[in-house]
Design a binder for this molecule. Structure first.
Ligand code: FES
Length: 589
C-alpha cells in the first residue's frame, strides 16, 4: 500500500461537519421534489438505502476514445466506486468534456477553459457532496482542478498514470520527445520514412498518458505536490495494478473528506503552490505547468505570479533524469521512488514548506519524509544534481514587458547568453511555408521569432513555440537555435526556446513590432530579453501597426478571444477568475 493511502486523520483545519450534506437538498426531502430526484435515479437499480443521507460522491470522468491517454478511465472509475461504497458513500459517475491533446484542433488549450466551465457547472448543478477528478492527458488536469476550485467542495484528483516505457530497436523512446527527434532526423536525412512509421506503435504501447516528463506527467506530479492527490499519484504506470489500488483508496478517502468537510480551499494554500513550483523545478517539469498553476491559483484567489516562479525556481536543481531533459521515463521514475523521494530531497535541503496540507489529512512532508531513492541514475541527490538549474527562468525586457519564460534544463548552455539577428515569421503558416526554403535569410546564430500564436492570436496559444529548425541549418548538423514566440511548447520538447511572451503580438505587445534583421539579446542569467531597436523606431512601428482582427466571429472561440487573459495571468477567461464556491442552486421545475 502506498504510504499515506491508509491515513484517515482529520487535519486541524477540518472540523466534522454539522450541517446536513449538500445532497440532502435533492435526496433528503419526503415531498414531491425529493420523490422525483430519487425516483428517476432508482431506474438505474439503486436501492432506497443509498438515499439515506450518506455522502454522494461525484466521479468526474474525462474518458473518451478521442482522448487515448484517458481511454482506460471507465475501468479505473469502477475501482474508485468500490472504495466509495466500502467507506459508506454513494458514487455517481458523470462525463465532462475531454480535452485530448493529440486530436483536438486547433489546440487542446483552446478548450481547457471550456472544459473547466463544464466541470464547474456539472458539479454545482448536481447532487454531490464531494468529487473525484479523473485526470490524465495534459489539459484534463488543469481543467478539472480549475472547475473544482470554483466550486470548493471536498475534492481529490486521481491521475490515470503514464504509459509503459517505449522501446524501439534497443532504445528507450519517449512520448513526444522522440516524435520531435525522429522527425528532425527524417528532415536531416538521418532516418528513413519507413523507420519513422515503424517507431509509431513502439512509442505508445499501453494505456496511459505520455511517459516522458511532459505536461501530463508534470501535472500529475503537480497534483501530488500540491497535495490534491494521494502519495504516489504521479508515477504509477496506468497498466500497473497499483494504479487500480490507488483508485480504490481515493474512493475511500473522498468519503472521509466529506465527513471532515475538508474542502479544496482548506487543502490548497499559497504554501502548497510554492511547494509545487519547487517540485516542478526538481523534476525538470513542463513550462505548461506555469500557465496552469497560475490559472488554478487565480480561481482560488491565491496570489501566485510569474515572479514567484522565478524566485522559487532559481535555486532548485533538476534532480530527475527523465526525457525530455534526460534519458529515463516515468516507469523508471516510479521504481526509483517517484515524487515522494524528490519531496524528501527538497525537504531535507530546507526547500519545502513542511506545513502544507494534503488531501489525506497529513502534510506533504509527513507523507514523504521517509521516502527512499532506489535508483540514483534516475533521481539524483541534491548535493550532486542531474542539472544545476531546474526551475523556470522568467525573462523581462522591452520585448516582453509582462514576462516570458524559458526552461534552462532543456536549453543549450552556450545559447543562454546570445545576441542574434531576428528571422521573423508572421504566423505559423508563414513558418511552415518558409522553414525549408534554401534561401531563407538566416544562419545558426539567428534568432527565430514567431508571432500571433498567443492566447488571442492562435487562438488558444498552441504548442508551436519549439519551431522546427530551418532545413539548411539542420543539414549543417546544428541541433538548436534561440527561438522566441508568444506560443507554448509541448512539455516533451526541448531547446533554447523563449515562450509565453506577454503581452502577445495579437494584444499589441512589442513582439508584433519585430522585423527580420533586428538584433535581439537573450541573457538568461540576467533574466533579460531585449529588442535592440531604438525606442523612436519602435514608436514609428507601433503607429504603423494595423492591429489584429481574429477571424473567429462567433461561438466559443469568439468568447475566448474576447475574454482570455494573457499568459502571465494563466490564460483563463477573465469572468472565471476569483472565488465563487458551490451554493446549492435553486430548485428546478
Ligand atoms: Fe495525452 Fe501526451 S498526448 S498526455
Amino acid at each position: 500500500m502506498a504510504k499515506g493511502t491508509k491515513k484517515t486523520a482529520a487535519p486541524k483545519s477540518a472540523k466534522p461537519r454539522k450541517k446536513p450534506l449538500r445532497s440532502h437538498a435533492w435526496f433528503g426531502h419526503p415531498d414531491r421534489d425529493g420523490y422525483m430526484h430519487r425516483s428517476w435515479m432508482k431506474n438505474q437499480g439503486y436501492p432506497s438505502h443509498l438515499f439515506d443521507g450518506r455522502p454522494v460522491i461525484g466521479i468526474c470522468n474525462t474518458w473518451s476514445e478521442l482522448t487515448p491517454c484517458n481511454g482506460h478511465f471507465r475501468a479505473l472509475a469502477e475501482h474508485i466506486k468500490r472504495g466509495v461504497y466500502e467507506a459508506g458513500g454513494f458514487p455517481l459517475e458523470f462525463p465532462v468534456f475531454s480535452t485530448g491533446e493529440t486530436n483536438l484542433r486547433p489546440t487542446a488549450m483552446l478548450f481547457r477553459n471550456l472544459a473547466s466551465m463544464d466541470v464547474e457547472e456539472a458539479i454545482r448543478a448536481n447532487p454531490m457532496d464531494g468529487v473525484v477528478l479523473m485526470v490524465g492527458c495534459d489539459k484534463t488536469t488543469p481543467a478539472l482542478l480549475m472547475g473544482a476550485a470554483s466550486c470548493d467542495l471536498p475534492s481529490i484528483a486521481l491521475s490515470g498514470g503514464p504509459m509503459l516505457n517505449g522501446h524501439y530497436r534497443g532504445e528507450l523512446i519517449g512520448s513526444g520527445t522522440h516524435v520531435w527527434k525522429f522527425s528532425e532526423m527524417v528532415r536531416a536525412g538521418e532516418m528513413t520514412q519507413q523507420d519513422f512509421l515503424n517507431a509509431e506503435a513502439a512509442n505508445a504501447r499501453s494505456a496511459g498518458h505520455c511517459m516522458t516528463m511532459g505536461t501530463a506527467s508534470t501535472m500529475a506530479s503537480m497534483v501530488e505536490s500540491l497535495g490534491m492527490g494521494l502519495p504516489t499519484n504521479a508515477a504509477i504506470p496506468a497498466a500497473d495494478s497499483r494504479r487500480s489500488a490507488l483508485a480504490f483508496m481515493v474512493g475511500r478517502r473522498i468519503v472521509e473528506m466529506v465527513k471532515q468537510d475538508l474542502k479544496m480551499s482548506k487543502v490548497l494554500t499559497k504554501a502548497n503552490f510554492e511547494n509545487a513550483i519547487r517540485v516542478n523545478g526538481a523534476i525538470g517539469g513542463s513550462t505548461n505547468a506555469v500557465i496552469h498553476l497560475l490559472a488554478i491559483a487565480g480561481r482560488m484567489g491565491i496570489d501566485i505570479t510569474l515572479d514567484d516562479w522565478d524566485r522559487l525556481g532559481r535555486d532548485i536543481p533538476c534532480l530527475v533524469n527523465l526525457m525530455p531533459s534526460g534519458e529515463y521515463l516515468m516507469e523508471d521514475f516510479y521504481y526509483a521512488g517517484g515524487v515522494p523521494a524528490v519531496v524528501r530531497e527538497l525537504g531535507e535541503a530546507g526547500l519545502l514548506d513542511k506545513k502544507a496540507m494534503t488531501v489525506n489529512g497529513e502534510t506533504l512532508w509527513d507523507n514523504c519524509k521517509d521516502a527512499e531513492v532506489w535508483n540514483r541514475k534516475v533521481i539524483f541527490p541534491m548535493k550532486k544534481p542531474f542539472k544545476p538549474n531546474g526551475g523556470v527562468a522568467v525573462l523581462r525586457g522591452n520585448l516582453a514587458p509582462n514576462g516570458a519564460i524559458l526552461k534552462p534544463s532543456a536549453a543549450t548552455p552556450k545559447l543562454m547568453k546570445h545576441r542574434g539577428r531576428a528571422i521573423v515569421f508572421e504566423s505559423v503558416e508563414d513558418l511552415r511555408a518558409r522553414t525549408d526554403d534554401p534561401h531563407l535569410d538566416c544562419d545558426e546564430n539567428s534568432i527565430m521569432v514567431l508571432k500571433y500564436c498567443g492566447p488571442k492570436g492562435y487562438p488558444g496559444m498552441a504548442e508551436v513555440g519549439n519551431m522546427p529548425l530551418p532545413k539548411k541549418i539542420l543539414e549543417k548538423g546544428i541541433k538548436d537555435m534561440v527561438r522566441i514566440s508568444d506560443a507554448r511548447m509541448s512539455g516533451t520538447a526541448y531547446g533554447t526556446v523563449v515562450l509565453h511572451v506577454a503581452p502577445e503580438a495579437a494584444a499589441g505587445g512589442p513582439l508584433a513590432l519585430v522585423k527580420t534583421g533586428d538584433w535581439i539579446e537573450l541573457d538568461v542569467k540576467k533574466r533579460k530579453l531585449h529588442l535592440d531597436v531604438p525606442e523612436a523606431e519602435l514608436e514609428k512601428r507601433r503607429k504603423a501597426w494595423k492591429g489584429f482582427t481574429s477571424p473567429h466571429a462567433s461561438g466559443y472561440a469568439r468568447l475566448y478571444v474576447d475574454h482570455v487573459t494573457q499568459a502571465d495571468k494563466g490564460a483563463d477567461l477573465d469572468f472565471l477568475v476569483g472565488k465563487r464556491g458551490a451554493a446549492v442552486p435553486r430548485e428546478s421545475h
